[in-house]
Design a protein around this ligand. Structure first.
Ligand SMILES: Cc1cc2nc3c(=O)[nH]c(=O)nc-3n(C[C@H](O)[C@H](O)[C@H](O)COP(=O)(O)O)c2cc1C
Length: 192
């Protein structure tokens, strides 16, 4: 038996990503749970931003943003960037986070986040009160001590320790243990 909950904006788990917009001299951070990879060649991701956010204006103005994946132990800072507006406060300063120059865009990345993506705005889709910003990924950064052989496959996800979020029930969590290998775990079933 299933319980119907009606149309809901719940999808889980999701990252609680920190999106930076603006420039090195006046950057802003916003916490975003509505984020996902959309396409791979070239790599494009989408973020859903409410029109009331200060970040909405900055992304429209500068047409670029960085995506920063925080480690699990930074959940308080992530929460702060998700309730305070950059219109009123400097969230980098308040949350003790450090803007670091990007390579391909003018918007900085966050030093304390182990994984960062530099994105150029390529499309904007007005959905309702939220807007879908599609960003082409121009560069990917990872802390050097969390990757082997400088390859995406060499990423040590336990060391990255990304924060995981459960919207609506409003829980921050850590990742659990690896239980299988994708595109491979099915083989046992296939060969039955
Ligand atoms: C865990 C979490 C997830 C959030 N996800 C989103 C989101 O996906 N899109 C959005 O527009 N706002 C989201 N918010 C709300 C914004 O982060 C919040 O309104 C923020 O203060 C806006 O900052 P700004 O005005 O500096 O842009 C989220 C907040 C939290 C705490």
């Amino acid at each position: 038996m299933k319980t119907k909950l009606g149309p809901q904006d719940i999808l889980f788990p999701v990252p609680a990503a920190l999106i930076v917009s603006g420039t090195m001299d006046k950057p802003n951070i916003v916490t975003v749970a509505w984020i996902g990879m959309i396409s791979c060649v070239p790599p494009v991701l989408g973020i859903g931003i409410h029109k009331s956010r200060h970040s909405y204006k900055l992304i429209k103005k500068f047409r670029e943003f960085s995506v920063n994946i925080p480690p699990a132990d930074k959940y308080k800072e992530v929460d702060y960037c998700g309730i305070i507006s950059g219109r009123d406060r400097n969230k980098f300063k308040d949350a003790n986070l450090t803007p670091v120059k990007s390579g391909k865009i003018k918007t900085p990345i966050i030093k304390e986040c182990p994984f960062n993506l530099e994105c150029k705005l390529v499309k904007t889709l007005e959905v309702s009160e939220h807007t879908l910003f599609l960003g082409e990924i121009l560069e990917t950064h990872i802390d050097s001590d969390k990757v082997k052989n400088k390859t995406p496959q060499g990423i040590n996800i336990d060391k990255v320790n990304p924060l995981v979020y459960f919207p609506t029930i409003r829980q921050y969590r850590k990742i659990g243990k690896r239980i299988g290998k994708s595109f491979n775990a099915c083989l046992e079933l296939k060969d039955k």
